[in-house]
Design a protein. Structure first.
Length: 180
């Protein structure tokens, strides 16, 4: 701030807010509202870095934001889009939406990036994704088993669409870690 670097100051402020949510008093399960707030801070940092080359939108009905999700479920997919999808200098756009089914939530992460050349899903596991994406898929499998799915697909109009399907969980204790 003293040097007049307002972008850096804003980025550090957003990073501090991300860390507070990331720590979450040691909880590994947070509300969708907190997960989306974390993602909003992350994408604001990216917008500062990429300036006019990045925009984002989060579309989530308020009545769905009280459900619980393992923290840091969405950020790796957005990070992947920013790092790999927009590397050719294009103007990037990421849209996140949360929708409701009878017993599940559908979370979509859509980008207009370059897409995947080699997509090899096997049993809902991506062999081409980075460690962050594989970690998310494995954690969702541990928490929800067959009740969850992650599908990553190229879009005809360009970019990637990630569809994450998780059970509706109304209480933090409703998500049980199934490993010893």
């Amino acid at each position: 701030m003293e040097r007049g670097d307002h972008d850096m100051s804003r980025m550090l402020e957003l990073l501090g807010k991300m860390l507070r949510i990331g720590l979450s008093k040691g909880d590994s399960i947070i509300t969708i509202e907190k997960e989306l707030t974390y993602l909003d801070y992350y994408m604001r940092i990216q917008k500062i870095q990429l300036e006019d080359r990045f925009e984002f939108k989060i579309d989530s009905p308020k009545e769905l934001e009280h459900y619980y999700i393992p923290k840091l479920t969405l950020q790796p997919f957005v990070e992947n889009a920013v790092i790999h999808g927009f590397q050719d200098g294009r103007k990037g756009k990421v849209t996140i939406s949360v929708q409701e089914e009878a017993n599940h939530l559908i979370i979509k992460v859509i980008d207009n990036g370059i897409g995947f050349n080699t997509l090899t899903p096997s049993k809902n596991k991506l062999h081409t994704g980075g460690y962050g994406i594989r970690n998310v898929i494995e954690r969702l499998d541990v928490y929800f088993g067959k009740e969850t799915s992650v599908n990553v697909m190229n879009r005809e109009e360009g970019g990637i669409m990630v569809l994450i399907r998780i059970p509706k969980v109304k209480e933090q204790s409703g998500i049980q870690h199934t490993t010893a």
